[in-house]
Design a protein around this ligand. Structure first.
Ligand code: SF4
Length: 105
Protein backbone atom coordinates (compact mmCIF):
# COMPACT_ATOMS: atom_id res chain seq x y z
CA UNK A 1 0.00 0.00 0.00
CA UNK A 2 1.43 3.37 -0.95
CA UNK A 3 1.22 6.24 1.48
CA UNK A 4 0.77 9.75 0.19
CA UNK A 5 3.17 12.06 2.03
CA UNK A 6 2.44 15.76 2.40
CA UNK A 7 5.81 16.88 3.78
CA UNK A 8 5.60 19.74 6.25
CA UNK A 9 9.36 20.17 5.83
CA UNK A 10 8.71 21.29 2.25
CA UNK A 11 6.28 23.99 3.30
CA UNK A 12 6.73 27.66 2.58
CA UNK A 13 8.65 28.10 5.82
CA UNK A 14 10.87 25.03 6.19
CA UNK A 15 13.34 24.74 9.05
CA UNK A 16 16.11 22.22 9.45
CA UNK A 17 16.70 20.49 12.75
CA UNK A 18 20.05 19.71 14.34
CA UNK A 19 20.23 17.09 17.06
CA UNK A 20 22.31 17.58 20.19
CA UNK A 21 24.88 15.28 18.55
CA UNK A 22 25.00 17.52 15.46
CA UNK A 23 23.03 15.46 12.94
CA UNK A 24 21.05 17.51 10.43
CA UNK A 25 17.52 16.50 9.46
CA UNK A 26 14.38 18.16 8.09
CA UNK A 27 12.35 18.09 11.31
CA UNK A 28 12.55 17.44 15.04
CA UNK A 29 10.26 14.41 14.84
CA UNK A 30 12.97 12.53 12.97
CA UNK A 31 15.45 13.23 15.74
CA UNK A 32 13.42 11.42 18.38
CA UNK A 33 13.27 7.76 19.34
CA UNK A 34 12.43 5.46 17.74
CA UNK A 35 12.56 7.36 14.44
CA UNK A 36 16.17 8.44 14.59
CA UNK A 37 17.11 4.81 14.00
CA UNK A 38 15.70 5.15 10.48
CA UNK A 39 17.89 8.21 9.91
CA UNK A 40 20.99 6.34 11.07
CA UNK A 41 20.14 3.47 8.73
CA UNK A 42 19.45 5.75 5.76
CA UNK A 43 22.80 7.51 6.15
CA UNK A 44 24.81 4.60 7.52
CA UNK A 45 27.44 4.97 4.79
CA UNK A 46 27.95 8.72 5.38
CA UNK A 47 26.71 9.45 8.88
CA UNK A 48 29.73 11.54 9.87
CA UNK A 49 29.16 13.76 6.85
CA UNK A 50 25.59 14.49 7.98
CA UNK A 51 26.89 16.15 11.13
CA UNK A 52 27.65 19.83 11.56
CA UNK A 53 30.77 18.70 13.39
CA UNK A 54 32.22 17.81 10.01
CA UNK A 55 30.52 20.19 7.52
CA UNK A 56 28.38 23.32 7.37
CA UNK A 57 24.57 23.21 7.41
CA UNK A 58 24.54 24.45 3.81
CA UNK A 59 26.97 21.76 2.66
CA UNK A 60 24.85 19.07 4.25
CA UNK A 61 21.44 20.24 3.03
CA UNK A 62 22.77 20.78 -0.50
CA UNK A 63 24.43 17.36 -0.60
CA UNK A 64 22.47 15.13 -3.02
CA UNK A 65 22.61 12.36 -0.40
CA UNK A 66 20.50 14.52 1.90
CA UNK A 67 17.69 14.02 -0.64
CA UNK A 68 17.49 10.36 0.34
CA UNK A 69 14.83 11.35 2.83
CA UNK A 70 12.65 12.95 0.16
CA UNK A 71 13.27 10.03 -2.18
CA UNK A 72 11.68 7.64 0.32
CA UNK A 73 8.36 9.47 -0.09
CA UNK A 74 8.04 8.13 -3.65
CA UNK A 75 8.37 4.47 -2.74
CA UNK A 76 8.57 3.51 0.91
CA UNK A 77 8.28 6.57 3.19
CA UNK A 78 10.09 6.47 6.50
CA UNK A 79 7.85 5.57 9.42
CA UNK A 80 8.18 9.06 10.90
CA UNK A 81 6.94 10.63 7.67
CA UNK A 82 4.01 8.21 7.51
CA UNK A 83 3.07 8.98 11.10
CA UNK A 84 3.47 12.76 10.97
CA UNK A 85 2.93 13.88 7.40
CA UNK A 86 0.70 11.41 5.59
CA UNK A 87 -2.54 12.31 3.88
CA UNK A 88 -4.26 10.11 6.46
CA UNK A 89 -2.69 12.09 9.31
CA UNK A 90 -3.85 15.33 7.71
CA UNK A 91 -7.40 14.04 7.40
CA UNK A 92 -7.34 12.88 11.03
CA UNK A 93 -6.21 16.34 12.13
CA UNK A 94 -8.97 17.96 10.09
CA UNK A 95 -11.46 15.59 11.72
CA UNK A 96 -10.21 16.60 15.15
CA UNK A 97 -10.57 20.26 14.22
CA UNK A 98 -14.20 19.63 13.29
CA UNK A 99 -14.70 17.81 16.60
CA UNK A 100 -13.22 20.74 18.51
CA UNK A 101 -15.34 23.22 16.55
CA UNK A 102 -18.54 21.39 17.52
CA UNK A 103 -17.82 21.97 21.19
CA UNK A 104 -16.27 25.42 21.01
CA UNK A 105 -18.78 27.18 18.76
S1 SF4 B 1 8.15 13.70 9.20
FE1 SF4 B 1 9.13 13.45 7.20
S2 SF4 B 1 7.84 14.58 5.76
FE2 SF4 B 1 7.28 15.24 7.84
S3 SF4 B 1 8.45 17.08 8.25
FE3 SF4 B 1 9.64 15.34 9.02
S4 SF4 B 1 10.99 14.70 7.33
FE4 SF4 B 1 9.41 16.03 6.48
Amino acid sequence: MSVNIIPKCQSTDPADYITAEGFVMPCCWMGNQPFIKEYFKLFADCLDEMSIHSRTLKEITEDPRYQRIAETWKTQPLEVCQKMCSQQKKEQAQGQDRYVNIFTN
